[in-house]
Design a protein around this ligand. Sequence first.
Ligand code: ZN
Ligand code: ZN
Length: 410
Amino acid sequence: MKKAVIFIMDGAGDRAIKELGHLTPLEAACTPNLDYMARNGINGLMYTVGPGIIPGSDTSHMSLFGYDPRKCYPGRGPLEALGEGVDLKPGDVAFRVNFATVDDSMRIIDRRAGRIESGTHELARLIDGIEIDGVKIIFKPSVQHRAVLVLRGEDLSDKVSDSDPHHEGVPVRKVVPLDNTPEAKRTAEILNKLMRIAYEKFNKAEINAKRREKGLLPANMILIRGAGMLRQIETIEKKYGIRGAIVSGVAIVRGVGRLLGMDAPKVKGATGDPRTNIDAKIDAVINLLRDHDIVLVNIKAPDVFGHDGNFIGKMKFIEKIDRHLRRLIDYAIENDIYMIVSSDHSTPCSKRDHSSDPVPLAAIGPDVRVDSVEKFGERFAALGGLGTITGMGLFGTILDWIDKAEKFGA
Ligand code: ZN
Ligand code: ZN
């Protein structure tokens, strides 16, 4: 049976950087293994969601598995909750949460509570499982300052605003209903009560006393955003007849996997940041390839460096990825497995956020055409044999390579 592995360097695409001699981090990096893929395979540029669309990591990964996010995107909250292993039920409303630091007047001092690394489980326990107006609060910490919140109960709505203003030095926003239904009004009220309860309980928590002693910012508030209610979606096995899996340290990316009925195990050492254990992830991929048709692995760190505007860090990390890539390339070649390397979107260091710029891709496999591209990178990929395609277009191409696609027409 033919199989494929998709290797995604999250946010690796970029724009030309003056300090790098007007090259992008991918072009400037020394990447013999990525270049091997480019030289021995087919290349192209990819708009993961579509031209002119700035993808999130979630919408881009949905596209990479052949699902149009414009039709079936459930919102970040449910994806994050699914990714953290919450068994979401129909009617649940899910949110993404930041632990944050506020002063007595609810003004935000730090949206990430000093990038808190430990103790969030202790804080989460203070509100996980409580009931407000007959609604159960499910609250699970994720990595660092992140957490997921699920409201489970009757008459709830996802048509509510965020409490996170996305800025510091301004007050926490009151959650307001976004339509005129009693459900939205009730949901907003519950969330406002929850924030008040969290503030009171967290301020008294021992871990925050310790943090204050050490001169660290206390995590004394939760900022809520990304409300969404889970909708039923056809599994990838039903829709395309394949078994898929995702290896990622990022909850929303694993959440995409679970949403589409794929396996998305939490891999030990996969942290979703530059400390991630790339070898452990490659081990997991090789393991999953035994009983899955397509396995995607996501390495988050390039995106983190992009958001920080750190082009040297981004370039160096791409070189680190490249050193680990050889083992997976050798495995793919030995086992006649198709291998695709690309990115889910660009995160230009100059913009410090995602952009609509297409990402380079290279693919090798038993009978994949070879073009004349010699190196991996944005400007080289533009000359590749695949031309410019979309994420769903790449997925269709992979399905064809592994003999899982059907002919359109007679
Ligand atoms: Zn991403
Ligand atoms: Zn990002």
